[in-house]
Design a protein around this ligand. Structure first.
Ligand SMILES: [Zn+2]
Ligand SMILES: [Zn+2]
Length: 247
């Protein structure tokens, strides 16, 4: 297997938002990395696996500081956090950011994939040595906190279920939600050791009432409010079918 010439692929979605993906990472572990240009500072929502340095490749930050927020502490979302100095994530996962243990990052799931990458990130790279570099938080986020870019402001929504400290970033003015793995247009995961079906159902009921124009999720394509409602319904119906009284 050869070394990849280009690791990241970027696509502008307008409104100062760029979607960045690691094209050579297994689809299961390929999260959406979101770069949002701001007047005073830029926002990076999640940072990928950390297999290749991301900071030098960010689209035109032109000296503006970058705030990196982790939607949750899973390996595919926070692997590049150590490259940035302004690191924010939910307080419930702060201890995990300090040392990035597999139990929190689930990095072992990546090592156990048949083919975690289809090109090498660097010469001699081995999956067995993969883990997430520690990246202690500089700011511990909680529900209602704000991330202010100067010309747009995102509110932190605590959306537990997939993991205890899962968060969304919501620009109420524009109806833009970065949802992480709380909701995306694919099969949602609520059966990890630190997942909670009860919390997930409550998160879904909250998302069902949230006015949105567009949801930029942790995986797969972005979607609108009607698709969000449908994904919420599908999750809650599935849980009811499975006999969960809490949904
Ligand atoms: Zn996740
Ligand atoms: Zn994910």
């Amino acid at each position: 297997m050869g070394v990849a010439k280009q690791w990241f692929e970027g696509r502008s979605l307008g409104h100062g938002v760029t979607l960045i993906r690691e094209t050579h990472v297994h689809p299961f572990a390929r999260c959406n990395i979101w770069h949002v240009r701001g007047r005073d500072r830029d926002l990076l929502v999640d940072s990928g696996t950390g297999l290749v340095a991301l900071a030098p490749l960010l689209p035109g930050t032109q000296g503006r500081p970058v705030v990196v927020v982790g939607t949750h502490v899973h390996f595919d979302h926070v692997g590049g956090h150590h490259e940035f100095s302004d690191r924010r994530g939910h307080v419930l996962e702060a201890a995990a950011y300090d040392s990035m243990p597999d139990a929190a990052t689930v990095a072992h799931l990546f090592r156990e994939l048949d083919e975690p990458v289809d090109m090498l990130p660097s010469a001699g790279w081995r999956r067995s040595s993969y883990s997430v570099r520690p990246a202690p938080l500089s700011v511990r986020l909680e529900e209602g906190d704000r991330v202010d870019l100067g010309d747009r402001v995102f509110s932190v929504l605590h959306l537990p279920g997939h993991s205890p400290g899962s968060i969304g970033l919501y620009d109420e003015r524009d109806g833009m939600l970065f949802s992480g793995d709380a909701v995306y247009d694919g099969e949602l995961i609520d059966d990890l050791g630190h997942s909670s079906v009860e919390s997930y159902a409550a998160t879904m009921q909250r998302l069902a009432r949230l006015p949105v124009r567009v949801v930029h999720a942790g995986h797969h394509d972005s979607f609108d409010e009607s698709r969000l409602r449908r994904l919420v319904d599908q999750y809650l119906m599935g849980r009811r079918r499975a006999g969960c009284p809490l949904a």
